[in-house]
Ligand binder design. Structure first.
Ligand code: GDP
Length: 195
């Protein structure tokens, strides 16, 4: 994929606010602060189209982007922030449930995890939930610049094991700092969008 154009469309908390259109869509899921916004910005090569470094738990909206006038990129609200209230957690669940059940043009989900850590219970649950819905899930392990290259394999295989992924080479190591993994992610999305 060559990103010619990338624009922010809208933020929504429920189906009424989703942009219309039958265009294929790819969503990003991950723990708050894992680096989803940074991943998007690096991926589309814009400094700050997706707002980064917000207080975790605060960005409780679904953010819609449009790429090349032809497909959608969706940043789902992050999960797993310990300090949010029960009410916020319930809201999050409702928002996600609604998105996944109502968005027929959703083609695949990129689940973002931190390469340094074993996936949390919530990462595992998210992964299971997505697979149960029959969605293709691509796992991207970001912040790879924070550990040495020699450690990547070990960390990726631990992540693969926790998420029941048969081969750790299916996980894309990524860095929003260095651009590692950007070509691989472009390639993977191209294949998904061509299906
Ligand atoms: P989000 O809440 O998932 O959207 O997370 P952000 O994209 O806002 O990132 C959270 C923090 O992690 C910010 O301080 C980023 O600068 C930092 N960060 C994100 N990705 C990377 C990465 O690949 N490498 C490094 N070193 N820091 C990152």
């Amino acid at each position: 994929i060559i990103i010619r154009k990338a624009e922010f469309i809208t933020s929504a908390v429920s189906v009424n606010g989703y942009p219309e259109g039958p265009e294929p869509e790819i969503a990003l899921a991950g723990r708050s602060n894992v680096g989803k916004s940074s991943l998007i910005n690096k991926f589309i090569n814009r400094k700050n189209l997706a707002r980064t470094g917000n207080t975790p738990g605060k960005t409780q909206m679904i953010n819609f982007y449009r790429i090349n006038d032809e497909w959608g990129f969706v940043d789902l609200p992050g999960y797993g922030y310990a300090k949010v209230s029960k009410e916020l957690k319930a809201n999050w669940g409702k928002m996600m449930e609604e998105y996944f059940s109502r968005r027929g043009n959703l083609r695949a989900v990129i689940q973002v995890v931190d390469i340094r850590h074993i996936p949390s219970l919530e990462d595992e649950e998210m992964h299971g939930f997505l697979r149960n819905r029959g969605l293709p899930v691509l796992v991207v392990a970001t912040k790879a610049d924070k550990i040495s290259k020699g450690q990547w394999g070990k960390h990726l295989s631990q992540i693969a094991k926790a998420l029941n992924i048969p081969d750790w080479r299916m996980i894309i190591p990524y860095s929003a700092e260095t651009g590692l993994g950007v070509p691989e992610l472009h390639q993977a999305l191209e294949e998904i969008l061509a299906m």
